[in-house]
Design a protein around this ligand. Structure first.
Ligand SMILES: [Fe+2]
Length: 189
């Protein structure tokens, strides 16, 4: 454990991010298809393209560091994505969309924290080219998060309405059952 420098930590966290971004490139197409809202689907598809670009930026940084990007699996991102898959399995319609927004915002916040740290390390290590690239990505993550907040305003409302519609449908069904039951009772008497 002699090699515990900030530079080592920097490379290690960049590898973690590389793994995160690659997991996202794999996971996002399924989410693009699963959501109901076209606007949400477009926003996620757009972020998928940005994410591919973020992978390239990291590769560029690794190349200039003379290091390999591989060798680490980001289990944090894996956990967040697993929970996102649960939402897709457990819900549907606008409620699923609301859940996907919540999961996607967890992804963004996780990445914002990680990119914030590596930006600070890049600055201290005087890796100014890396810093430029990392800041571009950080901005994209922040914008994606803001876009999701914006979309959640209508989608959460839709989810609320679809739940109350479901409740009133269930209420109507129940009332129908009760009417036919009381009719049967009357006929029997
Ligand atoms: Fe990203």
């Amino acid at each position: 454990m002699a090699d515990q420098t900030l530079q080592t930590l920097y490379v290690s966290e960049l590898r973690d991010l590389y793994s995160s971004e690659q997991q996202l490139v794999k996971a996002l197409p399924k989410i693009v298809k699963a959501v109901e809202s076209e606007e949400l689907s477009d926003a996620i598809a757009n972020h998928l393209e940005e994410t591919k670009n973020q992978v390239s930026r990291l590769e560029q940084i690794f190349e200039s560091l003379g290091e390999t990007p591989k060798g680490k699996k980001c289990v944090g991102m894996q956990g967040i994505l697993d929970e996102g898959s649960e939402v897709i399995d457990d819900f549907e319609g606008s409620v699923l969309d609301a859940g996907v927004i919540s999961a996607a915002q967890r992804v963004e916040h996780y990445e914002i924290a990680a990119y914030g740290s590596v930006c600070a390390y890049a600055e201290l290590l005087q890796r100014s080219e890396d810093l430029g690239l990392l800041k571009e990505t950080l901005e994209e993550e922040k914008n994606a998060d803001e876009k999701l907040t914006q979309l959640s305003e209508t989608i959460n409302q839709d989810a609320l309405q679809s739940s109350s519609k479901r409740d009133s449908d269930l209420g109507r069904q129940q009332a129908k059952r009760e009417t036919s039951r009381s009719r049967k009772t009357r006929t029997a008497a």
